[in-house]
Design a protein around this ligand. Structure first.
Ligand code: T4K
Length: 378
């Protein structure tokens, strides 16, 4: 069988590939699940994984979910968020859809040109009497300005829920990036640094909130005969939890492998005019979940889309995460805050952004080949 990660392979190179533990480790867990016939509803793997994850992240309460989107929807329900929520248009569409599914109006604020995260200096101008919360995203696993956002939240009495879908393993000042805000929401989708096939979690800070989350993801059941609210079914299965447990022991190696690839890209791209990488920040332990670059058409001589197509012609499936911005989609583009003149930085960044392949096992020779094509050799 061809190995697509080898530089001489004819198989496509994807933007990412899941990092999986040795199959034997998972087969042992599958045997246990078969023997016990406990498949879901807070089984033994779920309990073990929830505890192990809280310890790994260094947080007090983790609630597991079957995916990140339902975790976001439930996080908003948990804090009874209503009305308007200030958020970023530069994200995966699930961020805003979670608001829509709760009947909440998203209010888009522009992003910072250096981090691509919600610009805190623009939040205050977007607050109205209907605003109840802020929903920022640590995009690509790079931290938002959490101190400033907390200050604004406290000043105006707004809740802060972080979409921390990209942050697994990332730390800010040695604290897990999933530990900020009133709540933080993680995704363990197959395309993430850490995966449970599909999966997600909410990180909360007190037992009462964690209990409410538990009720809400299990139909609202507090016991066999008591339903305390209109909960949903968003429980993680035993299979997902077993994969999560098996992965935890390997995630540090996976992040280190990603770090090496990011370093190689940076070194090779340093002398390519018109291609800008994001720098590592000293106060951050990065997880290298994505490798975004900005393509400056004037300096490089080719547009982002031309580079994207050239890579594709060569079997390299880079992605334009997150183009188009969410504010362009039909559900949202009629909102006053979605007007392009309100979001000039987002409009510009989404024209230039390109995420290059990064995952453990990507052959360094392929990284060289990718950079060669980006620089104009393909
Ligand atoms: N908030 C943010 C900020 C998010 O980025 C996301 C998800 C969410 C919330 C919601 O969390 P979840 O509900 O998903 O847990 C992907 C993912 O489906 C999505 O989870 C992710 N963000 C988003 C950024 O990317 P696509 O449409 O790009 O996925 P797809 O299928 O094209 O996969 C990309 C590449 O990954 C493939 O070309 C090959 C590789 N791949 C993919 C899958 C699914 C594999 O190697 N194996 C696989 O099983 O959306």
């Amino acid at each position: 069988m061809m190995n697509p990660d080898r530089a001489d392979s004819a198989e496509p190179i994807y933007v990412t590939r899941p990092y999986l533990p040795p199959l034997e480790e998972f087969v042992d867990s599958l045997r246990e699940i078969w023997d016990s016939r406990v498949l879901t509803n807070e089984g033994p793997f779920h309990k073990k994984f929830e505890a192990a994850l809280a310890e790994y992240l260094g947080v007090e309460h983790v609630s597991l979910f079957t995916n990140g989107t339902l975790a976001l929807v439930t996080a908003l329900q948990t804090l009874r968020i209503t009305g308007e929520v200030i958020t970023t248009p530069f994200s995966f569409v699930a961020t805003t859809h979670a608001l829509h599914w709760n009947g909440i109006t998203p209010v888009f604020c522009d992003i910072e040109p250096d981090t691509f995260n919600l610009d805190p200096e623009r939040i205050e101008a977007a607050i109205t009497p209907k605003t109840t919360a802020i929903l920022p995203v640590h995009i690509y696993g790079n931290p938002c300005n959490v101190a400033r956002i907390r200050e604004i939240g406290e000043t105006y009495g707004l809740r802060v829920i972080y979409d921390a879908a990209h942050t697994f393993g990332a730390r800010l000042d040695n604290r897990s990036l999933a530990d900020f805000g009133d709540l933080s929401v993680l995704s363990f989708h197959a395309t993430k640094v850490f995966t449970t096939f599909e999966g997600g979690a909410i990180v909360s800070h007190d037992a009462k909130t964690a209990r409410r989350i538990y009720f809400l993801k299990n139909f609202g059941f507090a016991d066999e005969v008591t339903v305390v609210g209109p909960g949903i079914n968003a429980k993680m299965t035993e299979f997902q939890a077993a994969l999560g447990l098996a992965q935890l022991g390997h995630v540090a190696d996976a992040i280190e492998a990603r770090r090496r690839i990011a370093a190689q890209y940076r070194a090779l791209l340093r002398d390519v005019p018109g291609v800008r990488c994001l720098d590592d920040l000293p106060e951050v332990q990065h997880n290298y979940a994505y490798f975004p670059v900005l393509i400056d058409q004037n300096a490089l001589g080719r547009s982002r889309d031309e580079v994207y197509e050239a890579l594709k012609q060569n079997g390299i499936l880079a992605r334009r995460y997150f183009y188009p911005p969410i504010s362009h989609f039909p559900t949202y583009r009629g909102l006053p805050s979605a007007a392009p003149r309100n979001l000039p930085v987002t409009e510009e960044i989404t024209k230039q952004i390109l995420c290059l392949p990064i995952y453990p096992g990507l052959d360094p020779a392929n990284v060289e080949r990718i950079v060669g094509i980006v620089a104009g050799g393909g």
